[in-house]
Design a protein around this ligand. Structure first.
Ligand code: CP
Ligand code: NVA
Length: 308
């Protein structure tokens, strides 16, 4: 049976992910399902800033005929100590689904436990499932891949901090059978429990997930993907991280080592001059903005899948 919530990529099966891509491409190519959510409301609860996730979910809900409402942390009684239990019980009476961006992954698990409506993870400190769905969709689009099978031959390299994006990227690669190399400094490597969980899927799908601190592992990459060195919530470590991550910058030196047709991706927001240089960002902005654009079609597909 399908899961009620999208808290982690692991809440989706291989088939459900493929169906989401199919739907997202269909929605990108044709205007469809215009009134399907008439009279329905999506709550967008943000405890951290957001541009893409917030706006794409709001626009997706609106274009499907529904209404998004914004629930910012400081305007809610949660900021004065109201429990997740009471908030969940009450919001389930008003809303048809709730997208949450929060700090602690444990909080979103509690919302999912107490809410009767679908909860969609719009980023926690642990996962960012909607982002990586758009990332794989973008790789398919840019490589003109008709199916996931075509992607099985390519080398996807992520370089930078092993954070929420990486955790979701590993999960989606393991489920779909894709090859992924994660290059991070020793101090910021992928957590062992993330790899342990992925191995169970990778074993069946043939996905090869490599984790290293060696930048030369980017050689022959077809896709290079990066994210900020300091994620939201880790700002006190910014100076220390900047020093450690400098050799892991996506710059022209690194790109000399990869395939000349290499696609560069960034989930955004980007800090030019830190994880990616100005020239590389400029050169590859087409793919990076298509990646951001595809968030909209993935969010629509996600809403259609989870809202009954
Ligand atoms: N990539 C992403 O989730 O962007 P926002 O933080 O702007 O939502
Ligand atoms: N890893 C980043 C992603 C932002 C979309 C963060 O958590 O801040």
């Amino acid at each position: 049976m399908a899961n009620k919530d999208l808290l982690s990529i692991y809440d989706l099966s291989n088939k459900e992910i493929r169906d989401l891509f199919k739907k997202a491409f269909e929605l990108k190519n044709k205007k469809k399902y215009l009134d399907i959510f008439k009279g329905k409301t999506l709550g967008i609860m943000l405890e951290k800033p957001s541009t893409r996730t917030m706006v794409s979910f709001a626009v997706a809900m609106t274009q499907l005929g529904g209404t998004p409402i914004f629930l910012t942390a400081e305007k809610m009684q949660r900021s004065r100590g109201e429990s997740i239990y009471d908030t969940s019980k009450v919001l389930s009476k008003y809303l048809n689904a709730l997208m949450i961006r929060t700090f602690k992954h444990a909080d979103i698990l509690d919302f999912a436990k107490y809410c009767s409506i679908p909860i969609i993870n719009g980023l926690t400190d642990y996962e960012h499932p909607c982002q990586v769905l758009a990332d794989i969709m973008t790789i398919m689009e840019l490589l003109k891949a008709k199916s996931i099978e075509t992607l099985k031959k390519i080398k996807i390299v992520y370089i930078g901090d092993s954070n929420n994006i990486v955790n979701s990227l590993i999960a989606i690669s393991a489920i779909l059978g894709l090859d992924l190399t994660i290059i991070s400094p020793t101090e910021y490597q992928v957590r062992s429990e993330i790899l342990k969980q992925a191995v169970q899927y990778a074993y069946k799908t043939g996905s090869e997930i490599k984790v290293t601190n060696d930048v030369t592992a980017a050689k022959n990459a077809d896709v290079i993907y990066t994210d900020v060195w300091t994620s939201m919530g880790f700002e006190t470590e910014k100076a220390k991280r900047k020093k450690i991550f400098t050799p892991y910058q996506v710059n022209s030196e690194l790109l000399k080592k990869v395939s000349s047709k290499c696609i560069v991706l960034h989930c955004l927001p980007a800090l030019r001059g830190e994880e990616i240089t100005v020239d590389i960002m400029e050169k590859h902005e087409n793919s990076i903005f298509i990646q951001a654009e595809n968030r909209l079609y993935v969010q629509k597909a996600v809403l259609l899948h989870f809202i009954k």
